[in-house]
Design a protein around this ligand. Structure first.
Ligand code: ZN
Length: 254
């Protein structure tokens, strides 16, 4: 009588825990001469062409993910709204002053906002606050082309922006001072900041009969005022854009 061979375990059979070790091993050592051959699992290697395609696909995917991460982490370029009279009108009980000029300035600093200029003018010039009536942002930190009216505009008070001399007094008394944040001694302002400034001029001209396109002037055009302000800000172009804005709305371009 011969001893029957021990029953062979089928691979699906569940082994009792004590037999888990040493039984049913799945790894097999492959003889070195077959290392270069396709693995015995049946998976084939990628052809060089397929590898290139896969590499390109993965690289493209990574580039897209990197771009999304970069855009998500970057502060969005916020732009100011197009100015309307409703947004800038002084309080109803405040009658409009007889404005005769719009005087364009630059802040001559790379960044800034109304509060910052207000502090400087109060501290350094001993004025009762910011000398301008409006400030137009350059995105640092005010939104690009964002417009803020100051206490001088809201109260229809004279400006402190044209200069201290007697010749400049009328331009402080009757000149609306608009300051573009930025140093435009060497470079020109962003087109958005320029356009918003022109739109503001158009709205002011439309509402105030004593103003006109030809009365948009550079600070340096104030009589007796030796200044390069507002640098590369092109008031000729601001007049052109303001005229365009007036005409597009069917307002009188005077
Ligand atoms: Zn100026």
């Amino acid at each position: 009588m011969t001893t029957p061979p021990p029953p062979r375990h089928r691979t699906t059979e569940i082994l009792p825990p004590e037999e888990w070790s040493g039984r049913g091993r799945t790894t097999e050592s492959i003889p070195p001469e077959t290392w270069g051959a396709p693995p015995p699992t049946g998976r084939r290697r990628l052809t060089p062409g397929e590898r290139t395609t896969l590499t390109i696909t993965l690289a493209a995917l990574l580039a897209v993910l990197a771009a999304i991460a970069l855009l998500a982490g970057r502060p969005r370029a916020i732009q100011g709204a197009m100015p309307t009279w409703e947004a800038i009108a002084p309080p109803l009980e405040q009658p409009l002053a007889p404005w005769r000029w719009i005087v364009i300035h630059h802040s001559a600093g790379a960044a800034g906002d109304t509060q910052g200029i207000d502090r400087v003018h109060e501290r350094d010039n001993r004025w009762d606050g910011i000398g301008y009536h409006f400030v137009v942002g350059n995105g640092r930190p005010m939104p690009m082309g964002g417009i803020e009216a100051t206490f001088r505009w809201r109260g229809q008070r004279p400006g402190a922006h044209a200069g201290p001399g007697a010749e400049q007094r009328p331009y402080n008394q009757a000149g609306i001072g608009i300051c573009l944040v930025g140093d435009y001694s060497v470079t020109a302002p962003d087109p958005v900041q320029e356009r918003r400034t022109a739109e503001l001029c158009a709205v002011l001209i439309h509402q105030i009969p004593t103003l006109s396109l030809s009365r948009i002037i550079r600070h340096g055009e104030v009589p007796g005022k030796q200044t390069a302000c507002p640098g590369m800000v092109d008031t000729e172009r601001i007049r052109f854009l303001a005229r365009q804005h007036l005409e597009q709305r069917g307002w009188t371009a005077r």
